[in-house]
Write a protein that binds this ligand. Structure first.
Ligand code: GLN
Length: 366
């Protein structure tokens, strides 16, 4: 018997416990559910389990802290420049229901672009795959989050739903649902009834939204926004201004990690295929023009926001929320990425690690 979800003393608890009939090296990963593959992989390695506890999170934050000095808080939305760039926090929620946290895990900050994950999932859920991917492609853009260049050619539609242009196009689909419905869905997905719109951040962004406004008008000129540009932009900006914590993000990640079902209640919040598509977009496009390197270093479907948050998902395992408002040049949390890299490398959480027979060296410089 091997257990997938274990505490630091390797006691089984929470999620799946799997039989280890095939013992190691002759299994065919593609034919087995991820939990089983993962457990078997762990067995082939010297370490028989992954450990998740607060000591690990503390080490990860210590590792990440120096990187807070390598970035800057966002200032193009003036209100965001009030954040303290030295802060760093993390919260983990396993699908077995355990929670681990450290640092500024309860600090409220605005969700910003991580809302694009929820918007995409809600649009897929309510309007379907074709309606969504009529408006955007599914390709990494290789450009900054608010780039105009990639959609200015006549034939082009936005690269993906997780860059601003694509997200604004998708939000138009959500207009019939409205802010109240979206807010209660966000609260439900994040298991956080205290999420509200941060009026100060909203006003600050709304009065500095020339760039997004230009994108929205460009989308209208291409027929990708049919209705009211102002209404679409308003909802987009309101949804970026919702205040969350690292804990709320970890709860959202937990639902995504569990295929759309909230483990605590057993309620299905998202269809399985919606989660699959959303996670794929996160993996390939979630960190903007840093998505490729992040995929190599961390290897988890993730989404960043200029408020300093990163949502990461270990499919079949756990949701992770990180807060660190000091951003690198691409708008991703500088230290947050390093915290995730530390955890992923140490516990072999990269989604391809489950197919790697030999332990990944942790002696290299991260
Ligand atoms: N609200 C921000 C914007 O539209 C979101 C960008 C981000 O988090 N990368 O510019």
């Amino acid at each position: 018997m091997l257990c997938y979800n274990i505490d630091k003393d390797c006691r089984p608890h929470g999620a799946a416990v799997v039989e280890s009939a095939q013992n190691g090296r002759s299994f065919c990963p593609a034919a087995l559910p991820p939990e089983t593959v993962w457990a078997l992989f762990q067995e082939t390695d010297e370490r028989k389990c992954f450990v998740m506890d607060e000591a690990l999170l503390k080490q990860a934050l210590e590792f990440g802290k120096p990187y807070t000095g390598k970035g800057e808080v966002a200032s193009y939305i003036p209100e965001l420049s009030k954040a303290d760039g030295r802060e760093l926090g993390i919260c983990v929620r396993t699908i077995g229901g355990e929670e681990y946290h450290c640092g500024y895990w309860q600090r409220r900050f605005t969700i910003q672009s991580i809302s694009k994950v929820i918007n995409l999932a809600m649009a897929l859920e309510h309007y379907g795959f074709d309606a969504v991917f009529h408006k955007t492609k599914m390709e990494p853009s290789g450009a900054s989050f608010n780039a105009m260049s990639r959609i200015s050619d006549n034939e082009d539609i936005p690269f993906n739903p997780l860059v601003n242009s694509g997200a604004i196009a998708i939000v138009e689909l959500l207009l019939p649902l409205g802010l109240d419905h979206m807010l209660s869905s966000v609260r439900g997905l994040c298991s956080d009834k205290y999420i509200t719109m941060d009026e100060d951040v909203f006003k600050s962004e709304w009065s500095h939204s020339a760039r997004n406004r230009s994108l929205a008008y460009l989308l209208q000129s291409k027929g990708l926004i049919d209705g009211n540009v102002d209404e679409t932009l308003l909802l987009y900006t309101q949804l970026c201004s919702l205040s969350v914590t690292a804990e709320s993000l970890s709860n959202l990640g937990q639902v995504l990690a569990n295929g759309g079902v909230q483990p605590e209640t057993g309620r299905r919040l998202l269809k399985e295929e919606v989660v699959r598509t959303t996670l794929t977009m996160m993996l390939t496009c979630g960190m903007y023009d840093g998505s490729g390197e992040f995929a190599v270093r961390v290897g988890l479907p993730s989404k960043s926001g200029v408020g300093g948050g990163i949502l990461s998902v270990v499919p079949g395992g756990m949701g992770i929320g990180v807060y660190g408002p000091s951003l690198d040049s691409k708008g991703n949390s500088a230290a947050g990425q390093k915290v995730l890299e530390y955890i992923s490398r140490t516990e072999k959480l990269h989604i391809l690690d489950r197919y790697t027979r030999h332990p990944v060296s942790t002696s290299e410089t991260f």
